[in-house]
Design a protein around this ligand. Sequence first.
Ligand code: LLP
Length: 381
Amino acid sequence: MNTPFYHYDLDVLRRTLQTISGAIEGYPFHIHYAMKANAERKILDTIREYGFGVDCVSGNEILLALDAGFSPDKIVFAGVGKTDRELIDAIGSEVFNINCESIEELPVISEIARRLNKKTMVSFRLNPNIDARTHPHITTGKSINKFGIPSSRLWDALEELRKYPEIEFNGLHFHIGSQIRSIEPFIELCQEINRLQEELGKKGYSPANLNVGGGLGIDYEHPEKYIIPDFEAYFNVFKEHLRIPDGQQVHFELGRSVVGQCGSLITKVLYVKDAGEKKFAIIDAGMSDFMRPALYASVHRIENLTSEGPMQIYEVVGPICESTDSFGNIEMNEVRRGDILKIWSTGAYGTVLSSKYNLRDKAENYYSDEVALDDFLGQRS
Ligand code: LLP
């Protein structure tokens, strides 16, 4: 095994999936794993075993989900710019629902459905103008964001829909952002949904489904302490604050909280550079392997797996010719050339965002049932 590589602890993934299943038991709640977070086959296979569906955002994700054995009636498809090809894949394979993000999409969906001689179910993704209080780059539910139809235009959307007999109105969809660490934005979302559903009811609509999106954050600072996110508190928000009409089904699109903590990026220290004012630990993983620090200035816990030396602060940097190729100033056991570091909590938005920038090789993905990290460390010494 060459570093850098991603390593997934399937036991953590299974415990996470069990916790989610337990938390939703007895409620009309359905999980569609947001496969944009990690679309590795073994991850998908494990998630499918728990009966979850998937949330796809491209035609290729739909095709992969089908190939991985997800039934079309458990697939939802979203995207602010769906191509005709992707709509053909979605409608042709009879996915459960298309989340429509602009009124302008409707004639295109209708035309493709007619051509394929299919009917299709559509939910309107509404932009509720709620601040998710997270990083601006992953805030999606404010009116300045490109996502969804402004809530105030729901009535225009419903009016337009009447023109298209091949499209059935399935419900409302929301997604206000990602890595949301407080419950308030979700409470505000429930309140806005209650208001809209009441208005819908008054106008004679009773949508069969409601999709509240994803967004639950994880603890990047203390992953070992909070390896399983607090799903109970999260689902309790919806159990307590959402008024769910009889028979309505509620759908969730969780990504990060499902897979974030089961993955780590294992990397080797190439050099320790003493630059006077500070020390750099130069590692063989860079922003091409893991983009989050460069994109969102995110800081991940980093642990030196091969040293028990005194704690010191290093700026951990990758080999790429960009100053943003940095994992931040990290305190860890004294670092020497050849040490192996573990970058925690990289299961979500890690391997999927990796690239071949600088023509570097892509980091491989390995699983705990193939090789334990301890065995890898043992083989080296
Ligand atoms: N549903 C929709 C419509 C979404 O756009 C997303 C994520 C999700 C569900 C899943 O959200 P989650 O439960 O994972 O928060 N690359 C960024 C995150 C981008 C999230 C994009 N949309 C990061 O690494 O922080």
